[in-house]
Design a protein around this ligand. Sequence first.
Ligand code: ZN
Length: 325
Amino acid sequence: MKAKVSRRTFITSAIGAAIASTVPFAWKSSVVARQSNAQFYRFKLGDFQMTSIGDGVLDVPAKLFAGNASPAQLSEVLQQGFQGEMLTLNCNILLVDTGTQKVLIDSGSGFLTEPTAGKLIGNLQTLQIQPTDIDAIIITHAHADHVGGLLDKSGALAFPQARYFVSKAEYDFWTNPQVDLSNIQVDEKTKQQFISAAQKCLGAIKERVTRFEREEILPGFSAIPAPGHTAGQVAIRIVSGNASMIHTADVVHTHTINLWNPSWQPIFDAAPDQAAKTRQEILSAIASKRQLMYAYHFPFPGIGYLRPRLGGGFEWEPVNWQFES
Ligand SMILES: [Zn+2]
């Protein structure tokens, strides 16, 4: 016998069914749409509270990191590394809370590269840290994906209370009226974009910047000269108690191409041979000392060790995540 369904019952139960089936999904989809995976990772280095923060990603053709390798050599590496011809590079920003100061190393892209990057400030705010809370920013080099975040959308300083530190060699290189990018294999327009981004960002901090020439930058932070990618690039040694870590800036961009083959030249190295020598020296020292390393463009959060690789180069060993910090 067919159940008699009055119009009223039908409407009520239809609404009930709609609520039962759509509310949970509506709730789920709004959460899924707004949430992404973790964009920060906290860990300890001695007494320092460290946080690796994602500034986002940049999609870059793999061949740009292997200017002097043959297509066959490169495709073999990509095949072994489970990668395609387009790489997604992370941009990892290191925040160090020393207990007395909050120090950032580099600032990400801000509004100067792609919309896939420039997420530092939003992610800091998720951590309840405002731009005005940042005391110091150490700049490894003045490429747009490292200094663009110094400026907000209007071109004003995004971190108005911070003091800034950049090597004198880097500052002088980009503020010279004749910036020499003759060895970079990009067109003139792109070169001009490199120069104008650097000059804009360095110009904005000129009243607040320390141009360092010595190793010591701040207590706990010292510079390791790493020229070649840019003239005055530095890697940063961070020490707290017996613990230490080296932030390698853009000494190495990928955990496969340039780590396995340190002599392969990214096309945007200003002095390719010098950059290759720097890469080999710094990576060898890190591997032989079993030194903890932080890599700006490696898969998030960019923390790990190097070991010599059979057949040459180095292999990346990411650390296990700590789930308490
Ligand atoms: Zn970079």
